[in-house]
Design a binder for this molecule. Structure first.
Ligand code: AOF
Ligand code: ZN
Length: 359
């Protein structure tokens, strides 16, 4: 019947507009933590009348920007939001009230908010105000993927960890910045933009020239430098540059760091679990474990990462590059079992093959 067709069309369009919300949300990738990335689209009579996204924690939510953009046209419109609207006073007032006051007719959400102070209460509040609310089942998975790190932190109290390495065509772990291989690794600047922090070993920090965020145009990720063993001094040249990123040194014993002024924390327990908890407490949702040296101070942290469920994702860049092997090459760690990764995707970036999979 005509009515059913109209409904089918309506739900087809749900997917379309929620995908647009995800696209808008991603504009703030790397800037929203500890908050999620959220996008919102306001549609009236089949026409987009307002769009917005959440730019940064402390700033207004996506719905507020989209409602402002729509103005009076929000009345009787449909609001699409990639995440359930919040119903609490945090750094900003509840989006449910903003939607109710704007008199929207219905709301389509991409996923419910795992934040226990929201968790379906936003949807209930909208329904109690007579607003029709539906979940866009078709795009729920893409909304979850968008905020996989935020969801993980919310549910576990730990930062979402991605293990990253680069391999040459002959299977050598490429850690020699300046060898020519790093120029090919154009994907690194994308990672710098998207992750809240990057864990590297003290050896790597001492010997490398990491691309600084000002050079790559990205925001400043926090470098988390792991110092383990007998070292009592650490000299980190890349932190002496003018546009240096922020850094924190996590050490298992007292240590002096050059340049001075870098924050140093001596941990009683140097294990990945306590590090990821500490980073989550500091508001980081996602962290990249940049692993490019066998036997370095990060190896021991990763010994049982699969069993401990501490690493969620693995990213490997395969570079069109032949490298000289300078020592043990196989990143041998990770417990006693071999296992296939899940939901593997591959893509090509600047002539490198990028493989991503979930643990
Ligand atoms: C939304 N739309 O765009 C975002 C939401 O401190 P606040 O006020 O920014 O609140 C943060 C919480 O609000 C965050 O943990 C998450 O539950 C929700 N984020 N909600 O309706 C948005 N960013
Ligand atoms: Zn909100």
């Amino acid at each position: 019947c005509v009515r059913c067709q109209a409904q089918a069309q309506g739900s087809d369009m749900d997917g379309h507009y929620i995908r647009r919300c995800v696209e808008l949300a991603r504009k703030a990738a790397g800037h929203t933590s500890p908050n999620p990335m959220v996008g919102c689209v306001i549609v009236r009579d089949g026409r987009v009348v307002g769009e917005g996204f959440h730019p940064k924690a402390g700033q207004p939510h996506a719905e507020v920007f989209a409602l402002r953009d729509a103005g009076d046209l929000a009345e009787n419109a449909t609001a699409y939001v990639s995440l359930e609207p919040c119903n609490h006073y945090g750094r900003t007032p509840p989006c449910t009230e903003a939607l109710i006051n704007a008199k929207v007719k219905d709301v389509v959400v991409g996923m419910t908010d795992p934040n226990p102070i929201v968790a379906s209460k936003g949807i209930e509040r909208l329904k109690s105000a007579g607003i029709d609310v539906r979940l866009c089942v078709e795009e729920e998975a893409s909304c979850r993927k968008l905020n996989e790190a935020y969801i993980h932190r919310m549910l576990t109290g730990k930062a979402f960890a991605t293990l990253r390495t680069t391999l040459s065509m002959n299977g050598v772990v490429v850690n020699q910045i300046g060898s020519g291989a790093d120029q090919l690794g154009g994907y690194y600047s994308t990672l710098l933009k998207e992750y809240d922090g990057i864990i590297i070993s003290s050896n790597f920090a001492e010997t490398t020239t990491l691309p600084m965020s000002n050079e790559t145009g990205a925001k400043q990720p926090l470098y988390i430098i792991i110092a383990q063993g007998e070292k009592s001094q650490l000299n980190i040249p890349f932190l002496k540059q003018e546009c240096a990123s922020e850094a924190i040194v996590l050490s298992d014993s007292p240590i002096t760091v050059e340049p001075s002024g870098v924050e140093v924390l001596v941990l009683d327990q140097m294990n990945l679990e306590s590090i990821l908890q500490l980073l989550a407490q500091r508001g980081l949702c996602s962290v990249l474990v940049d692993f490019r040296e066998a036997g370095g101070s990060i190896t021991s942290l990763l010994n049982n990462f699969q069993e401990e469920k501490l690493v969620q994702k693995v990213v490997v860049e395969l570079l069109p590059f032949w490298a000289v092997s300078k020592g043990p090459n196989d990143l041998a760690f990770g417990g006693s079992q071999s296992f296939p990764l899940k939901d593997v995707e591959h893509s090509e970036v600047n002539g490198c093959v990028l493989l991503e999979g979930y643990v």
